[in-house]
Design a protein around this ligand. Structure first.
Ligand SMILES: CSC[C@@H](O)[C@@H](O)C(=O)COP(=O)(O)O
Length: 367
């Protein structure tokens, strides 16, 4: 498939929901999310380094999406490793080094490490040669992509059960946990789409999500594109909207969830959860099993990505503050499980006590 054909197939798919990642057998085509909503630019990644750069710079972003993109990036890494040396030992060492660099591009969303480890451990390690592993890596990367689409659909259905019999529902969301952040319908926005298709949704309130405006640039864009009513508000208006009685429930995505149910998500999520608690509004998190870190108990142990001060000091290259001041720029925060009303997964809706419901889910998955 040529770049042109891939772009036109992406455009067709976008009429159902935004599709931002396409593997065409030769290269990985990514919709550059840093350019949205003003420009739809596609990057043709023929080198795994371009995939790493795209993840680091948030051209592709959202926990499930970066896992899917990295899976395809490993095909490019394996091809280069095979071409880099005649002997198996060097090829394998080079591949593992490339995989590690990809894995380290973003530290908080566990879906990235999960996808890379799944391919390295299940596919590459048991194979005798990198040449033999190559088609299997490609098959596994596609399986991760397709699986994410199915997980999104299952979460959408599970999430809708929380709103049975209700109409005119107004949902607040933070950041972008939609089609742009996954391979399918989205996690939080998958539930929103399901409610909309059942005629139950009145509208979505989208926090703009400082500093990189994923809510304004991506969520508002994605929902508006798909004809779902959306109202944009700045982050500091969320508590006001709750106080005014405009919000029935909050639904957000997640980048990592611990075994106790603590949730890392885009910076600002914790404040939204606190405000929801104060106003007695349910705070739901939607995430697939690939977002759970079954090795971590406490949210305080989740590595939080600190990003460049420029993201806070400027927007679109235009300074919005004195440029020589100190800046705090954590990309994520952790919402303690006490503030989480339920976690929507493909296995159903998990409720407190989370250490038990998450352990039961882990048993089902790790059979
Ligand atoms: C379905 S994606 C859920 C999260 O990944 C999303 O809410 C988020 O925090 C994304 O952060 P980003 O820094 O844009 O990758």
């Amino acid at each position: 498939m040529s770049l042109q054909e891939a772009v036109s197939s992406l455009n067709t798919l976008k009429s159902q929901s935004m599709k931002s990642i396409t593997w065409n057998g030769e290269s990985l085509i990514l919709l550059d999310q840093t350019q949205l909503p003003t420009e739809e630019i596609y990057i043709d990644c023929t080198d795994w380094r371009q995939v790493a750069e795209a993840i680091k710079k948030l051209r592709v972003r959202g926990a499930p999406a970066i896992g899917v993109a990295a899976g395809y990036g490993l095909i490019l890494a394996a091809r280069e490793a095979i071409a880099s040396a005649p002997d198996e030992v060097t090829q394998r060492a080079n591949f593992l080094e490339f995989a590690n660099i990809l894995k380290e591009t973003r530290p908080t969303a566990i879906n990235l490490a999960w996808a890379i480890d799944r391919i390295v451990t299940n596919i590459v390690f048991p194979c005798d040669t990198m040449v033999a592993a190559l088609p299997l890596i490609e098959a596994e990367a596609k399986a991760i992509d397709l699986e994410d689409q199915r997980l999104n659909e299952a979460m959408a259905k599970a999430g809708a059960t929380l709103f049975e019999g209700k109409k005119g529902i107004r949902i607040l969301t933070h950041c972008n946990a939609g089609a742009l952040a996954t391979a399918g319908l989205g996690t939080a926005l998958g539930v929103v789409r399901e409610l909309y298709s059942q005629g139950q949704l009145e509208r979505v309130y989208a926090d703009e999500t400082r500093p990189l405006l994923q809510g304004a640039r991506l969520t508002a864009f994605e929902l508006h594109h798909d004809g779902i009513p959306v109202t944009l508000l700045t982050d500091n208006m969320a508590a006001y909207a709750m106080q005014q009685g405009l919000i029935d429930a909050v639904i957000v995505g997640a980048d990592r969830i611990t075994t106790e149910g603590d949730v890392a998500n885009k910076i600002g999520t914790y404040g939204v959860a606190l405000a929801a608690k104060a106003h007695n509004i349910p705070f739901y998190v939607a995430a697939p099993y690939s977002t759970f870190d079954f090795t971590l108990q406490k949210g305080s142990d989740i590595p939080i990505e600190m990003r460049s001060p420029e993201e806070v000091l400027c927007f679109g290259g235009i300074p919005t503050a004195p440029t020589d001041i100190e800046v705090l720029n954590p990309a994520f925060d952790v919402t303690p499980h006490e503030l989480v009303s339920a976690i929507i997964t493909e296995e159903g809706v998990l409720t407190a006590p989370y250490n038990k419901s998450i352990a039961d889910m882990a048993k089902k998955i790790i059979k």
